[in-house]
Design a protein. Structure first.
Length: 254
């Protein structure tokens, strides 16, 4: 078992002992059940409303886990000085970062499996049916959160846990609104700020590529090629952010 696997396993054990994990998980499960009530009050189909709220809840729960556990895990290692015991062993710093990421991603995956099971049981209880397209929406939410976790680790190597949490949340918001900014109009009206926003537009990932919630809920066609391309798009950004995180951690004086 190599160093990355050992660190990933240890990270997974630490995260499942974290009370924040269970608080977020119970919140998400409770909100999925509560979404049934929202469907009763809505003029739209109950199942569709429940699916919309359920998928949104899974996305928010994953974001909270990425921020509070993803950022806190590395920050805790540095602040508690336990990182000295790790980096003095015959392992590379990049192995430490990749191991942390793998452990956090495994925790996120298992939580998503549990939330997906609760989600589908609730849909079936309402008389709905399990659609394969819903799994595509859940997959892209998980890919999006894989990107967010890599960003959380990157910011953790650069600054304090508090600032890293704020920056990660800001990244999430900016990534979703990145699709809504008409940068070309801004460039023509305000050249200086327009070009800055244009740079940000191309530098940040467009997280709306992972949001197909409305399409699958209303049974609109989502090409398989789009799902594959979105997954590859997310993987490329994960590699980019983890590479920067490893380089940053290599040069950091801990």
């Amino acid at each position: 078992m190599n160093a990355i696997t050992l660190i990933a396993a240890n990270t997974f054990k630490e995260t499942i002992r974290n009370k924040v994990l269970y608080n977020v998980l119970f919140f998400a499960i409770g909100f999925i059940f509560l979404s049934v009530s929202f469907g009763e009050w809505s003029v739209f189909a109950r199942v569709q409303v429940m699916q919309d709220f359920g998928l949104a809840t899974m996305s928010i729960a994953g974001l909270l886990l990425a921020i509070f556990i993803g950022v806190g895990m590395l920050g805790k290692e540095i602040s508690s000085k336990t990182i000295y015991q790790v980096i003095t062993n015959p392992i590379e710093r990049y192995q430490f970062i990749l191991g942390k990421y793998a452990g956090l991603l495994l925790t996120l995956f298992i939580n998503f499996v549990l939330l997906t099971a609760v989600f589908f049981l609730t849909v079936l209880n309402l008389g709905g049916r399990i659609q394969f397209e819903i799994l595509s929406a859940i997959l892209l939410i998980w890919v999006e959160l894989a990107v967010i976790v890599s960003v959380a680790i990157l910011f953790s190597t650069l600054t304090t846990p508090t600032l890293a949490s704020i920056f990660t949340l800001g990244f999430y918001i900016a990534g979703h609104y990145n699709d809504l900014v008409d940068v070309e109009i801004l460039v023509s009206q305000y050249p200086f700020w327009g070009y800055i926003l244009k740079t940000i537009y191309f530098a940040l990932p467009n997280l709306e590529h992972f949001n197909i919630r409305s399409l699958v809920i209303y049974e609109l066609n989502v090409p398989a090629a789009f799902i594959v391309n979105a997954c590859l798009y997310g993987c490329l950004y994960v590699v980019l952010f983890l590479t920067i995180a490893c380089l940053s951690f290599e040069s950091r004086d801990v």
